[in-house]
Design a protein around this ligand. Structure first.
Ligand code: GLY
Length: 377
């Protein structure tokens, strides 16, 4: 079956740039046609999650993908790194950069990132600074990466201060999302990715949220046509939002619903796997809705509907569910100060008027936040 193609077109000030996201079944073993034009005899560096290995017969898809790259490229070198947010640090970045340089890359070389959001973020960042920027292709292998992090060009690593504070905007030249590979995910990773899918319904499209609510059983059972539909819809909404705001000077910030809380929660967990990104964002979204209701922006009934959907999916919805991580209101407020959305030392949050309608709230009152967090923690 032919893949679904969503084009990401950016109305950049200086040039119009667009790239395709290919979504479909079994694409990795059948991507020769798709990748031919993007690789065309270049030198390729395949940066992959260590979870995938050429020596493991269970990694059939990775092996057949590698064979295709080998056939299409001038040469291919591999760099395996661990998945998980702990990898997004400056020493792993340095390792990747030095390895790439040792392969004698030039400006026509191509990086391919094969893995989840962490691999895409760090490999994309390396691509953006090597030789002042080389091309890269994203092969997202988690639901989270397929619907969010592989699309839109945000790349980077974490700082000790908080998440994703060091990075760049560097768009991939193509994204290939193979739905079958999602079956390699643990249920926990899969559910965590679903949070970013639900996010699109919550910020932008109540009909999409209704679809997710009505079809959640099929989605939990990896129904392929439903997955194709929801991944495509998510990418479509994301590409619409970033079309006119690649660098997040405006509405792109809406994609951060739940992330200010979420990033703070994750960084308290030191990225050791106690809580993973999607779980932290699940709590963050519920907090953002509860805060919106507390401030009179969002009817309580909408917030209750959101929280009960996350509960139905067995996702965490409150800070009290976070075990073995110490969280205090004052530490949380300190983390918020590093958030990239803030302006002139004033906190910015993404809040909600109702399901499908999020908005950017600048100049957030810290007293209200303190009172809110004291009640939540
Ligand atoms: N993940 C949010 C964004 O790409 O803007």
């Amino acid at each position: 079956m032919k893949p679904n193609i969503i084009n990401v077109s950016l109305n950049d000030k200086f040039n119009n740039f667009s790239y395709p996201i290919f979504i479909g079944n079994d694409l990795l073993s059948n991507c020769e046609e798709i990748l031919k034009t993007f690789i065309s005899k270049r030198k390729v560096i395949l940066i992959h999650d260590n979870f995938f290995s050429l020596n493991n017969k269970d990694n059939e898809k990775f092996i057949s993908f590698f064979k295709i790259i080998k056939k299409l490229s001038q040469s291919v070198n591999l760099i395996g790194i661990p998945g998980g947010d702990k990898t997004k640090n400056i020493s792993q970045l340095e390792y990747i950069l030095e390895e790439c340089l040792s392969f004698k890359i030039d400006r026509n070389s191509l990086i391919i990132a094969f893995g989840g959001g962490v691999i895409g973020d760090i490999a994309g960042f390396a691509a953006s600074i090597l030789l002042r920027g080389i091309d890269f292709v994203q092969i997202p292998t988690t639901l989270l990466a397929q619907v969010d992090s592989s699309v839109g060009g945000k790349t980077g690593i974490n700082s000790n201060k908080s998440k994703n504070l060091i990075g760049s905007f560097h768009q991939p030249i193509a994204v290939i999302a193979d739905i079958d590979i999602l079956k390699t995910l643990s249920k926990r990773e899969y559910l965590a990715g679903l949070v970013e899918v639900i996010k699109y319904g919550l910020i932008y499209d109540v009909k999409f949220f209704n679809t997710l609510e009505n079809n959640y059983k099929d989605i939990l059972n990896y129904d392929e046509s439903k997955l194709n539909e929801i991944i495509s819809k998510s990418c479509e909404i994301k590409s619409l939002i970033i079309k006119n705001d690649e660098k997040e000077n405006g509405n792109r910030a809406l994609l951060n619903l739940g992330h200010t809380f979420g990033h703070a929660i994750e960084s308290f967990g030191k990225y050791d796997g106690t809580i993973i990104h999607g779980e932290a964002v699940s709590i963050g979204i519920c907090l953002a809705f509860r805060l919106s209701s507390k401030m009179g922006y969002c009817p309580l009934i909408e917030t209750e509907r959101v929280v009960s959907f996350f509960k139905k999916l067995n996702l965490p919805t409150s800070l009290q569910e976070v075990k073995n991580i110490s969280i205090t209101t004052s530490e949380m407020l300190k983390k918020f100060k590093y958030d990239k959305k803030n302006k002139n030392n004033k906190l910015t949050f993404i809040l909600s008027k109702k399901i499908g309608k999020s908005f950017i709230k600048n100049n957030m009152d810290e007293n209200i936040l303190t009172e809110f967090l004291d009640d939540e923690i």
